[in-house]
Write a new protein. Structure first.
Length: 199
């Protein structure tokens, strides 16, 4: 099935359109929230790899008018009322510094990372890039997550996954691996939910 036909047949694409979400990925985050109770009103959320913005939309709904969402992506993202967006490469110092400035010294209650590498089709190289992005997101969360906070990161299963998971288990009180129903069955992506960093 080609991409266009798959999109037309995908129930989550239809649901996203009906709900006003920019992408079907919103339902992955909403399902994670159902299972792990990630959101509370008034939270401060950082969304890494945010474009096109469906996770920002879902986060804003959950944190309410007293909450705050700061987002970053290498791609452009159309503005969303209530979201501070920084365009830049998370692997570079300047966008990261801009993100930290936008946080104004406040620790995040929730750090989300839906970052994924551009898929080259060369399995080992794509896997290595996926692990690298997950490690960068984890390093950011280590510096900027509140003591009662949660870290959610997308990662591909494969080489390096077990070592990454073991490292998170060392640094967080609870770590769970989730495969939301909205993730395509053939995809190797999973989401790791880590809560309460050990200081």
């Amino acid at each position: 099935m080609d991409w266009k036909k798959r999109q037309q047949a995908d129930p989550y694409v239809k649901r996203a359109r009906e709900a006003g979400y920019r992408a079907r990925a919103a339902f992955k985050l909403l399902e994670l929230d159902e299972k792990d109770r990630l959101f509370r009103p008034g939270q401060f959320v950082v969304d890494l790899g945010a474009a096109p913005g469906s996770w920002c939309q879902a986060a804003l709904e959950r944190v309410g008018p007293d909450g705050r969402v700061v987002a970053l992506d290498i791609l452009e993202m159309d503005p969303i009322d209530g979201v501070v967006f920084i365009q830049g490469d998370f692997r570079e110092d300047e966008p990261l510094a801009e993100l930290e400035t936008a946080m104004a010294g406040r620790l995040a209650d929730l750090v989300l990372s839906d970052m994924a590498p551009n898929i080259s089709g060369i399995g080992p190289a794509d896997q290595a890039r996926s692990i690298h992005l997950a490690e960068l997101a984890a390093a950011f969360a280590e510096d900027w997550l509140a003591a009662s906070g949660s870290f959610v990161v997308k990662i591909f299963q494969g080489e390096g996954f077990d070592a990454f998971l073991a490292e998170l288990k060392r640094k967080y009180a609870a770590v769970r691996v989730r495969k939301p129903r909205a993730s395509r069955p053939e995809s190797r992506e999973v989401y790791v939910v880590a809560t309460r960093p050990r200081r």
